[in-house]
Design a binder for this molecule. Sequence first.
Ligand SMILES: [Zn+2]
Length: 569
Amino acid sequence: MDHQSKERHPAKTCHVCGGARFYYLFSASDYRVVRCDDCGLVFLNPQPSDDELARIYSADYFLGSNIEKSSQAVREIKQATARLYLSEISRYCGPDSGHLLEIGCGDGDFLVTAQAAGWYVTGVDYSATACEKARQRLKNGEVFCGELQSVSLEAEQFDLCVISDVIEHVRSPMDFLREIHRLLKPGGALFIATPSIDSWSARLMRQKWMEFKAEHLTYFDRQTLQTALFKSNFRDVIVEPGWKMISFDYVRMHFDRFPVRVVTPVLNFMARILPQKLQQRHRRIVASGMMVFSRKAEARPQPVLSVIVPAYNEVKTFRALMETLLCKELTGLQMEIIVVESNSTDGTRELALKYRDHPRVKLILEEQPRGKGYAVRTGLKAATGDYVLIQDADLEYDLEDYDGLLEPLVAGRVAFALGSRHGGRHVWKMRQFTKQRGLSLFVNLGHRFFATLINVLFFQRLRDPFTMFKVFRRDCLYALEFECNRFDFDFELLIKLIRKGYHPIELPVNYRSRSFEEGKKVRMFRDPLTWLRALAWLRFLKIDPMRVVERAHATTQTGKESSSTKAGR
Ligand SMILES: [Zn+2]
């Protein structure tokens, strides 16, 4: 028993994706920091022993808890941060409050603030001293002492769970998230604040980053945390930079406790000359972390892929495509096919109608063609799958490539993949129209030009950003709004996903280009101009998913009010 608690915990597989290829990065104090080659997760391996962690979490672990005078200042800072979190949470969840669970509640600063804002609160903390203090400060509500899994709370009782600076401390983040999933009501929200290794401070300080320490066992960034949430059935994810409240006083106390050469003496000197009021003023800063919002979704027995097929005047290929699609078996995945038919004049509609009653096909009939982008957007709105793939109704792409493209998504390594049309590593297979060599050269040059432009503008290294073959988690689209109707929609989709923070990987796919005679629908001179305009607009457009969610709440709220006044009359 005693022996066990002295042993460090080595991991054989990655905590998030289960991959076994992780490599040494550097050592932080006495611990090895490694990175998973498959999903990018950074973690300590081996983790510190139980004894080592117990020593770290001694009674004065929480800054200022023993010093009565500083305690008040620390408390004010913590409550200011709590108010900030609560206001962001109400943007995400809407104005209604309910039953809130905080895990790692410490001596209750967040719980007290949340209670004042109308929440009914429950807390869990590892430290008995902290729990006792929290109980004394709360008017009502419960505080449980121990690890989350050991206090065994009843399932589906919370509307909101808050974990602030906690997930990086737990030995198994996936078990932890699954337990939270069990405790939340259907559709309940989860708020996470945690350090992020793609924050500006981590990029700037690299190995010297202050968050690298023995008790921080896992280091997420926005991709890896979203993967962890996705795999434990949380959806509607929004990631924001981590705001925190600080004051000069607070920073000085921190460096007093953990002295740093030059910094500590300078701060102490400034404390003597700065006016008291200025030292205590609260300021909002972007710190080293991120704030992540998500919602509980129901677990499915098998994940679902939505294939979206926009079809307009594709009579020659439509039936062949549909038959191949319907025969296609994907390992571990179910498929729903969403056909958006735009009132073709060549008989495609009649062909599409034959699939109307097929159990795996959703058929959407548009009154008039309004552009391919419009059709895809209509299809996306109807999709219910975990993953989305957009498949043109021509046969330019090879359906055999589905499995290869989907594998990294289903394995949970990436959120977004592009099928790159270069037929393996070194073959340039873009456009080889047999009869029109001059034209094909012109089109290929245009391709290079736009690809370079995109890479420069959006900090990417993509070879083929224009591929129609895109697969991504449907959740990536959450709180994004689209407006392009024609081929510029492909740009809009790609770039908005990139700007929301997803980095696509490129995988080679087979491709046979159609010539313009065969019905390629790109217009040589008009479309490139639309693309240029779209790129300029997408570069400077403000992407603010939280604003979109907030607006949606406001609309439902007005809807409710107007219907209740109607009912009142
Ligand atoms: Zn991994």
